[in-house]
Write a protein that binds this ligand. Structure first.
Ligand SMILES: Nc1ncnc2c1ncn2[C@@H]1O[C@H](COP(=O)(O)OP(=O)(O)OP(=O)(O)O)[C@@H](O)[C@H]1O
Ligand SMILES: [Mg+2]
Length: 194
């Protein structure tokens, strides 16, 4: 199977989950997440605005903010193509849509959260494997975001959020692919750290 066929297959599996089951999965994932030792004090958390069949983050984001965590969401970088910028949410955050139709906070330099200030980064995914390898939508955005972390330049805890049907034993890995530290699904908290 080619990479593209595998992505299609995983996307189909993710899309075939009912909305009710997806929301319930998010509830369970949120429970696991909030219980992590790393989140027992207020953190700077990079999250995402879930679209389509991604593990829904709306309720999770609300709960994180209610627990006094600071939330930042990604926007497409205005001039570094293929890169993300994280914007800290506040009472006055204005929203827009990017060119993929994904809601994102408007760029406001006063509220940019540098990656090295994030303690935790919640990452959407299409599939993940037993070693924490991740398949995304194919844009390389999170691989670029996490390359500084892989090189040891910054310290952040990247956690994939997924449903159980997004697991495969082994994903094909390219040199630029950055494996995740953890993946949380309804049935399991996967910890890939040595
Ligand atoms: N650190 C990097 N520097 C330059 N190019 C990169 C980097 N990481 C990924 N890319 C490019 O991005 C493209 C897509 O990568 P890949 O197929 O791994 O996406 P993905 O991990 O599924 O997507 P995403 O992270 O956006 O969800 C590749 O062609 C690769 O060349
Ligand atoms: Mg990749």
């Amino acid at each position: 199977m080619t990479q593209q066929q595998l992505r299609r297959q995983l996307l189909d599996a993710r899309a075939s989950v009912s909305n009710a089951a997806r929301d319930y999965a998010a509830l369970q994932v949120g429970e696991h997440l909030l219980q992590l030792p790393e989140l027992q004090q207020p953190c700077q958390i990079g999250s995402y605005f879930s679209v389509k069949a991604e593990l829904p983050t709306h309720a999770i984001n609300q709960r994180l903010m209610a627990q006094a965590h600071q939330l930042s969401l990604p926007i497409l970088h205005p001039f570094r193509a293929g890169h993300l910028l994280f914007m800290q949410l506040n009472q006055t955050t204005q929203w827009t849509h990017n060119r993929f139709g994904i809601p994102e906070p408007e760029l406001d330099v006063r509220h940019v959260t540098p990656l090295n200030q994030l303690n935790v980064l919640l990452v959407p995914l299409v599939g993940f494997d037993a070693l924490g390898n991740r398949m995304g939508m194919g844009g390389g955005f999170y691989d670029r975001t996490l390359s500084a972390w892989r090189q040891g330049k910054i310290n952040v805890l990247p956690i994939g959020l997924a449903m159980d049907c997004q697991y495969v034993d082994t994903l094909p890995v390219q040199p630029w692919d950055v494996p995740l530290s953890m993946v949380i699904t309804p049935s399991k908290v996967w910890d890939f750290r040595g």
